[in-house]
Write a protein that binds this ligand. Sequence first.
Ligand code: PGA
Length: 262
Amino acid sequence: MRKRFIAGNWKMFNGPTATSEFMVNFVPKLISSKDIAENIKSKKMEVAIFAPFVSLSAAVKASGSSSLIIGAQNMHWEKSGAFTGEISAPMLKELGCTHVLIGHSERRHIFHETSEELHKKLNAALEEGLIPVFCVGELLEDRESGSTFDVIRKQLLAGLKGMDGNDVANNIIVAYEPVWAIGTGKTASSEDAQEVCAFIRKLLGDTFGEGIAVKTLILYGGSVKPENTEAILSMADIDGVLVGGASLKPDSFLGIAKAAVQ
Ligand code: PGA
């Protein structure tokens, strides 16, 4: 059985002070929620927060020995150099991050990150021992013109080009986030999300082999809330959720983790 991965993407919310306040409330509840704690202990579930760069230290410190995973939302592909304003994988590692989002749709569409750049970032993360959560997803116009699968295929294969299958299965998490469902309140129906996640798993199977595809974690993201988590996670090919807005409040993110207990 694949484990569940429940991730909060805070985007440009929660500076260091707000992060500490969140953690003081959230971490004790996470630890004392028996079902969640048992699921985490028996490796059936992982819970992660992807915080802004400036809040990572506070998040790592406050997470303490709770097993809460702390990750960054982006990184540069070079280890160091003249790249004003950028942050590298070794820097994130040094802070205590273990995971990093790569290719979130806001990075692709607002900051125009290309598939080639994302491929380099994925390799750089792996090289540093960081687990990338690699995001793919179609725009509304792609869905309406019937090109969802084409877009997903291109994004996924460009990112994972030339990778070792074992890395894909063990060290990369894929997240399907339809852009039209992000921050809009419009969730893809569980069946629509499953259809694309099943397509992703099939594509991984065709590319890296069945054994790799069955092991790889695939998440859904886009207007996930405590109320729709269970239905989304009941789908065969969806192993977790990547949550934006509903991860900003301790109780709602905890509600999502509770709904994910297996
Ligand atoms: P949302 O964001 O849950 O607010 O729709 C999801 C994401 O962008 O990862």
